[in-house]
Design a protein around this ligand. Structure first.
Ligand code: SF4
Ligand code: SF4
Length: 433
């Protein structure tokens, strides 16, 4: 089986730079911008310019697949509908809300007196009404996973956070360890699963130290250390480590559901306090930032504000010489400017000075990209097949198995974005062109 032999690479984590400062709260930006886009779905706006808004009020609806409401993250007034930069790399329409700094809550936000009576169906409905989506980067509507007809043996929490630079999940977990176990416990009830497993990187001993003493309160939950290699956070790898099974489509085929640790923590607040998804932690880091750190912010907060709070750019770095990445350096997206907003799928913004050295765009034929590929692809051959539009060759080279981990680009001595070529080959295969 391909996964049994899956490779991985130990890479320089660069995580320490944003771990040294404690988690900062920035709860009152002057404006937030709620994007009218979730994954690839355009949202239907339910508010108008001039409307008075409370925290947790529904402001937009996702319709069709994954239908669910989207909520305001601050209280105030809708002042405009305008386009903003989104981590997808596009400008999207967004609802601008001016903060009244009064933190007025919607009536729906209230603590539950008793959470023991909720049925599986009620917990899934709570996920939906809270607009809960995966905070690990995919933004998939969480309730859809729990509506599976498959029998689920285990809910796995992915706290591996294997991308370099990113520490947002680690910092949140470090601050609120019990919230993670509560969220997992509710997820297990929503899946009728008897087992819950929290997976984390082996070097994060601190996670074990903070969770272990709390486990006796939560039946069926165990901890699992995962090797310090990239891409150990890959869903298929984690599912195989925990269940010993592989799958083609969804983890439910192996009797598992996987959720990111930050998503589980939001779910604890959804169940106990009826607080929908309105905030997240984001890492602002990189060699171009004066004080790299993590921020707990309302969704829709402008990233620029967080960069300013981080002391701005290092001395002498100007916008034209900076290189921005939305997300992790392996799977994130290079963006042109720092003028984007925090959304559910944006876990980090990395700022680096552009490399001065001359690039060598020619392939050296060194084979390193094939050596590191965890699913044994030959990226250079896939690139060649793509450039000659040879769909049969792309298929025979198994390009569809690429999981976009970014390792081939990372290792390439010529700095060729070979991952992009493999991605384009996959697109070509899908279209059957
Ligand atoms: S991005 Fe795709 S081709 Fe490149 S190493 Fe990862 S799985 Fe292999
Ligand atoms: S790692 Fe880069 S230079 Fe080496 S074979 Fe792959 S694409 Fe060519």
């Amino acid at each position: 089986m391909i996964l049994r032999k899956a490779k991985g690479l130990h890479i320089d984590g660069r995580k320490q730079m944003s771990k040294e400062s404690p988690l900062h709260e920035h709860l009152n930006p002057q404006f937030v911008y709620i994007p009218l886009l979730q994954q690839t779905s355009a949202l239907k706006r339910t508010v108008e310019v001039g409307d008075d808004i409370k925290i947790g009020q529904v402001v937009a609806l996702r319709e069709g697949f994954g239908a669910m409401p989207i909520h305001a993250s601050i209280s105030g007034k809708v002042t405009a509908i305008k386009k903003v930069w989104h981590c997808s790399g596009k400008m999207v329409e967004a609802i601008e809300i001016a903060n009244d700094n009064q933190q007025r809550m919607a009536d729906s936000i209230m603590p539950e007196a008793d959470v023991t009576h909720f049925t599986r169906e009620e917990l899934i409905e709570k996920m939906k009404q809270a607009g809960l989506s995966g905070l690990g980067g995919a933004g998939f509507p969480t309730y859809v996973k729990y509506q599976t007809k498959s029998s689920i043996d285990v809910v796995i929490i992915n706290a591996v956070e294997c991308e370099p630079y990113l520490t947002c999940d680690y910092m949140l977990l470090n601050e609120y360890p019990e919230k993670l176990l509560k969220g997992l416990h509710y997820f297990m009830r929503a899946a009728s699963a008897k087992r819950g497993v929290v997976c984390f990187k082996s070097y994060n001993k601190h996670i074990r130290e903070s969770l272990q003493p709390l486990l006796q309160k939560y039946e069926g939950i165990e901890l699992r250390e995962i090797k310090d290699i990239y891409p150990a956070g890959w869903e298929k790898y984690i599912v195989q480590q925990v269940t010993g099974k592989t799958y083609e489509g969804l983890p439910a085929e192996a009797g598992a559901i996987v959720d990111n640790s930050a998503t589980a923590m939001v779910f604890a607040d959804v169940v106990e306090k009826n607080i929908p998804l309105i905030s997240r932690v984001i890492t602002i880091t990189g060699e171009g930032i004066s004080k790299p750190r993590n921020y707990y912010v309302p969704l829709g907060t402008p990233v620029k504000e967080l960069i300013e709070l981080s002391g701005g750019y290092i001395n002498g770095l100007v916008h034209e010489k900076a290189w921005y990445i939305a997300g992790g350096p392996m799977t994130g997206r290079a963006i042109l400017i720092d003028d984007l907003i925090v959304s559910d799928t944006l876990g980090a913004v990395i700022v680096k000075p552009m490399p001065d050295e001359k690039m060598h765009p020619e392939c050296l034929g060194c084979g390193k990209c094939a050596d590191v590929c965890p699913v044994f692809l030959t990226p250079t051959e896939i690139r060649r097949a793509y450039e000659s539009k040879d769909v049969d060759a792309i298929k025979n080279l198994n390009a569809q198995k690429c999981m976009a981990c970014g390792l081939c680009s990372y290792i390439c001595p010529s700095h060729i974005e070979i991952t992009d070529f493999v991605g384009k080959a996959k697109d070509l295969l899908r279209k059957g062109a």
